[in-house]
Design a protein around this ligand. Structure first.
Ligand code: SF4
Length: 328
């Protein structure tokens, strides 16, 4: 069977007053049933733009989003509706997705009512209690008649996950969904999301700027590192975290406060030439990372665009590493 979600050569160019902004260029990603792929990178690297296109919230300017092997841009209405129900997007800020004047009961069961799955008030309450229990919001009865502002940040985020679950999603696209929460609440929500994966086989496209979160949630999945709209390194989580190759991945890892000796070693090996992130409207020639890269080779790195190529079990986009790794 085709994978749940496949992004193929995804491009998103925005027209702005300052010119064209290539927010995402040539992104290829695959998420299978019950699998997790983590997109990591600094803000502005194209993670959210990729996530929104994958969820059907924006139409990409190039490439394809395939859901179960079908190009979503060519779907008939019924197929499109199924895709939009199956693929749910969870915002960073639940305030952005929860209607402030609707009770939690109404927010969580709105989709079920619209689909005719619940008809009576009693059914709605029962369904809401079941969903809120599934996301470990206890006691669920306590929240039903409250409004979003009466809950804590962690509770609100659980409500938005419950609301997404009401659609019986096959894939959750979680965009920095835990980044606004305190550490202990974050871990608890990550565990809840992990249980959905284990119990229901939900796939995840998980967006985070935080490598520690990526390591925790995608421990048996994959990490794709984005820089200025492109994936620069991608592979199984233990390899990317424990043995990063791309200098940008190393730099990201060196920014994480981590007692793991492997990470501490990676920390020592990297010193960027500049801390400034270039503008997407004025991308550096060749490899966009070259003004910051400690491995930069003039004439090569600033001349040609590196391509993302498979090297062992990972994909890497770097002239120098590709050459050296191939040379053994
Ligand atoms: Fe650094 Fe060159 Fe590799 Fe880019 S291609 S990451 S500038 S070594």
């Amino acid at each position: 069977a085709p994978p749940l979600l496949q992004l193929s050569g995804l491009e998103q160019v925005f027209d702005t007053k300052r010119g064209k902004v290539p927010a995402v260029s040539g992104v290829d990603l695959t998420v299978g049933k019950g699998k997790v792929v983590c997109l990591v990178g600094e803000s502005g690297c194209g993670k959210t733009t990729t996530a929104r296109a994958a969820a059907g919230l924006t139409r990409p300017t190039g490439g394809q989003v395939l859901y179960r092997g079908k190009d979503v841009a060519r779907m008939a209405k019924q197929e499109w509706n199924t895709y939009r129900e199956d693929v749910q997007y969870i915002h960073q800020d639940p305030y952005a997705s929860l209607n402030p004047v609707r009770t939690i009961l109404s927010s969580v069961t709105g989709g079920l009512k619209a689909r005719g799955i619940v008809k009576t008030k009693k059914q709605a309450r029962e369904a809401a209690i079941e969903l809120l229990t599934r996301v470990d919001l206890t006691p669920p009865e306590y929240c039903l008649d409250k409004y979003p502002h009466q809950l804590s940040g962690g509770q609100r985020q659980r409500v938005s996950v419950a609301r997404a679950l009401a659609m019986e999603p096959k894939l959750l696209i979680a965009d920095e969904s835990t980044s606004m929460l305190d550490v202990s609440i974050r871990v608890s929500l990550l565990n809840t999301l992990g249980a959905l994966r284990d119990d229901l086989g939900v796939g995840f496209l998980f967006i985070t700027h935080d490598l520690a979160v990526a390591k925790y949630f995608a421990w048996d999945g994959e990490i794709a590192v984005m820089y200025l709209g492109k994936i620069v390194e991608q592979g199984p989580t233990p390899q990317i975290i424990g043995d990063p190759q791309h200098p940008y991945t190393k730099a990201l890892i060196s920014a994480v406060c981590e007692p793991d000796p492997k990470l501490a070693r990676a920390k020592k090996t990297i010193r960027l030439r500049s801390s400034e992130i270039p503008s997407l409207t004025d991308l550096p020639s060749g490899c966009a990372f070259h003004p910051r890269c400690p491995l930069y080779e003039p004439g090569l790195c600033d001349n040609e665009l590196p391509i993302l190529e498979s090297i062992d079990s990972r994909r890497l986009s770097c002239h120098v590493l590709a050459r050296d790794l191939k040379a053994g």
